[in-house]
Design a protein around this ligand. Structure first.
Ligand code: HEM
Length: 134
């Protein structure tokens, strides 16, 4: 990611985080609409899952310029997802739902540069989770 892309992701997340609860519930609603087959993988309380996801995104975004420093946490999260049964196809769908949620959350402030920046960040994170390295 370029420094400008990192800046774009940080500043847009700072505004989406203001509606974190709404964003979290919109994200999973969309995920379960697009991929109902993943619904049974989620066995615990969804309100707490929504918070875990938005907290994790906040943590990763805050460390975007020094991802090596959080490599251990990303690897651990990736290992947990192997156990949950998350596949490469699931990661692709989750990425699409994330972008969709961000677009809704940003409304008329959303643009192509933001989309490219987020896609780049998400791809780095998802690949690191799947492969166990940053
Ligand atoms: C970069 C992408 C992703 C991030 C940042 C993320 C983040 C998280 C976090 C923080 C947790 C909580 C872990 C814990 O309790 O210690 C979690 C749980 C979970 N995630 Fe993900 N996740 C991602 C992708 C996916 C994908 C692709 C799937 C596949 C459908 C998935 C399915 C699950 C499931 C099934 C759980 C456990 C839910 C439960 O216990 O009820 N996640 N995720």
């Amino acid at each position: 990611m370029t420094p400008e892309q990192i800046r774009l992701v940080k500043s847009s997340w700072a505004s989406v985080i203001l509606i974190a609860e709404e964003a979290g519930s919109m994200f999973y609603k969309r995920l379960f609409e697009i991929a109902p087959e993943v619904r049974p993988m989620f066995k615990h309380d969804m309100a707490s899952q929504e918070r875990k996801l938005t907290d994790m995104i906040t943590y990763v975004v805050a460390n975007l310029d020094k991802l090596k420093e959080i490599a251990g946490d990303v690897k651990e999260l990736g290992s947990k997802h192997k156990v949950y049964g998350a596949t490469a196809e699931h990661y692709k769908i989750v990425g699409e739902c994330l972008i969709w949620t961000l677009e809704k959350g940003m409304d008329d402030k959303w643009n192509k540069d933001l989309e490219t920046a987020w896609l780049s960040g998400y791809t780095i994170l998802a690949d690191a989770m799947m492969e166990g390295n940053v």
